[in-house]
Ligand binder design. Structure first.
Ligand code: NZQ
Ligand code: ZN
Length: 385
């Protein structure tokens, strides 16, 4: 096992009715920016729950954080914070609102142009404004990690950044919120969490046995409950397991002591930036082709995955190949289209465009073995047409 440090200061508060604790979690006397997205929180009652539990606090509201949040929108919140002398931010929403708040939190006290946080991928270790979250969409794990992804609309670039100062102070995670989610977003959540596990698990054999078993436990649970939770979003048993799987998939536990890949995400982000495809759907398009193109690197782990997750039998090569097919089948069952051409007719130059971008950014060697070269990226994207 590789050496590691495990640091996660987020106070994770899970379950039905936990919103009642909100007023005790926000610092006393704080002036709060309540940040939210396109307004779902007004329809499902979450806004009312939040404000009812924050009586006595001074609150300034900032709405309109879009899915795949825009740098340009978030900078408006930064101005408001400075103008109104806000000292705490509360993100109420899904991954986009939480990621947006992470950016706002880092940008407020940033010495320089905050766009550099994204363009230079600056590690945020200090000077961030404290924030908490009320999660409304299980998927990203952003509620318990210190990373974020923000889009610069002007250049159509979707870039990740983060740092130890960007863990939420607390996250209230009440699984009943999923009952108002559109089916598509629940499907997205399952596939995003599934792929987060794969990015940290489907590499090459190493000796972190526990991480493998935890990863496999999350994959199996998602396969077991994924289709059911889409069909029965009011079922608390399913909702609570789904929400916990999503957090555990990306709260910094699985990657301890192991190699990680993340190339599916890096390529997927480009598809969202270019075509506006939902984050999870880009992963379903790219992931299986990446496993296929990188078969030689990943085949031992693919075989382990095939045997332990899908109970496949045969030679390791056969099991590994079939495991990729089984992953695609699962994505289809979860309502994903898995070809780029299912989403856009303008796909022909996508691979060249992405390769050119990666080259400019110096991203010439991705993946757990740094052997996903630009040539491989081209192959993977072309295979997804
Ligand atoms: O904006 P509102 O009106 O709230 O509606 C949202 C949005 O339209 C809606 N929604 C959320 N909760 C709801 C609800 N509708 C009804 N009832 C509810 N309870 O769902 C839509 C999508 O929301 P969004 O936050 O965009 O989805 P998600 O949580 O999947 O977040 C995706 C973003 O997170 C990034 C992605 O790249 C993408 O930008 N990621 C962040 C990660 C991280 N910080 O660790 C890791 C991930 O890999 C991912 O890259
Ligand atoms: Zn993701």
């Amino acid at each position: 096992m590789l050496n590691f440090e495990l640091y996660n200061p987020t106070n994770y508060i899970f379950g039905k009715g936990q919103m009642e604790k909100l007023s005790t979690l926000v610092p006393k006397g704080a002036k709060i920016l309540l940040a939210y997205g396109g307004g779902s929180i007004f329809k499902n009652g979450v806004h009312k729950q939040v404000t009812d539990n924050l009586k006595g606090f001074e609150i300034v509201e900032f709405g309109g954080i879009e899915p795949n949040p825009h740098f340009e929108t978030l900078m408006k919140a930064v101005e408001i914070i400075k103008e109104k002398k806000i000292d705490f931010i509360l993100a109420v929403g899904g991954g986009s609102v939480i990621d947006g708040v992470k950016f706002i939190s880092a940008a407020v006290n940033f010495d320089g142009n905050p766009i550099e946080l994204l363009q230079k991928r600056i590690l945020v270790k200090e000077n961030a404004m404290p924030f908490g979250t009320v999660l409304t969409l299980p998927a990203t794990g952003s509620e318990m990690n210190s990373g974020a992804v923000v889009t610069i609309a002007a250049t159509q670039e979707k870039l990740s950044f983060g740092g130890s100062a960007l863990f939420p102070k607390f996250s209230i995670c009440d699984p009943t919120v999923i009952s108002s989610l559109p089916k598509r977003q629940i499907e997205n959540g399952v596939v995003d969490a599934f792929t987060h596990v794969m990015e940290q698990y489907l590499t090459y054999p190493h000796d972190a046995y526990l991480q493998d078993r935890i990863a496999e436990g999350i994959l199996q649970t998602l396969i077991e409950i994924g289709p059911k939770v889409v069909a029965n979003p009011d079922d608390y048993k399913l909702a609570s397991n789904f929400m916990w799987c999503c957090t555990m998939a990306l709260n910094g536990l699985l990657n301890k002591g192991v190699p990680t890949d993340w190339a599916t995400h890096m390529i997927g982000h480009e598809l969202t930036a270019l075509y506006g495809i939902d984050h999870a759907r880009t992963l379903a398009i790219i992931g299986p082709h990446l496993y296929d193109v990188m078969f030689e690197t990943k085949k031992e782990k693919l075989a382990q995955y095939g045997k332990r997750i899908f109970n496949l039998t045969g030679s390791d090569d056969e099991v590994a190949k079939e495991a990729i097919n089984k992953s695609v089948e699962f994505f289809h069952l979860m309502g994903m289209d898995t070809k780029l051409s299912d989403y856009t007719e303008e796909y022909q130059n996508t691979a060249d465009f992405i390769v050119e971008r990666f080259e400019k950014r110096g991203w010439k060697a991705l993946g757990e073995k740094q052997n996903i070269t630009l040539e491989k990226v081209k192959k993977i994207v072309e295979a997804s047409y």
